[in-house]
Design a protein around this ligand. Structure first.
Ligand SMILES: [Zn+2]
Ligand SMILES: [Zn+2]
Length: 218
């Protein structure tokens, strides 16, 4: 736990005192309604489907995130994931729990890291976030997914395939209602692949929850 030994500095602006200072926290691009009911993209008015998710087969019932993935959120996530500042997982979980209601599910799970990434970082950010959220929301957190090699998503774009990097399968039977946690929601391809595996494993309804979400402009 190297981060416990270092003086606390805001990972976004460098001010001393805490790893995410009050100013930077305030300035995070909080995702505010109205949203697309399905994929959680901010929209001009509430919609069931939006341009981003219409016509796509998404195995999750809904996806929600706390903040937009802008420069500040990117710096924060980078410090959390790549620099291994693990305390930031707890901070991220508090930000999520502050903005999103606890999901009505039987359990949380997380997107498993691919082996190389996990070895490189020594931790799986999605798992850490899910564990912290499970404590805050008083829900069980179960390792319900594993990665399979060489998975290819039919019909997905090259960008989505790069994002998913393989696919998932359920480890044993999944509970009826599950929320799958990831650090960042980018195209939705990873969340959809994870939800699909959970449904194959027996889940009837899957929600996707992320700390940050890529926002498309224009
Ligand atoms: Zn700051
Ligand atoms: Zn949508």
């Amino acid at each position: 736990m190297l981060d416990l030994l270092l003086p606390l500095r805001c990972v976004v602006c460098g001010r001393g005192g805490s790893q995410l200072c009050a100013l930077c926290r305030e300035e995070l691009p909080w995702i505010e309604p109205p949203l697309c009911a399905r994929c959680g993209a901010p929209t001009a008015w509430p919609v069931e489907r939006c341009r981003e998710c219409a016509g796509r087969r998404l195995a999750f019932a809904s996806a929600r995130a706390a903040v937009g993935y802008d420069a500040a959120a990117r710096t924060f996530v980078h410090a959390w994931k790549e620099r291994g500042l693990r305390r930031l997982a707890a901070a991220a979980a508090h930000l999520v729990a502050e903005r999103l209601p606890a999901p009505e599910v039987d359990a949380l799970t997380f997107v498993p890291a691919d082996r190389g990434r996990r070895l490189e970082r020594g931790h799986n950010p999605a798992e850490r976030l899910a564990l912290e959220l499970a404590t805050l929301w008083e829900l069980p957190c179960l390792p319900l997914l594993e990665r399979t090699r060489g998975g290819r998503q039919r019909g997905s774009s090259a960008a989505e395939r790069r994002t998913v990097r393989g696919s998932f399968r359920a480890r044993g039977a999944a509970p009826r209602k599950v929320a799958v946690v990831d650090d960042v929601y980018t195209t939705g391809a990873t969340a959809a692949a994870a939800a699909s595996a959970l449904r194959t494993g027996g889940a009837r309804r899957v929600e996707a929850i992320a700390f940050a979400r890529a926002l498309r402009r224009g």
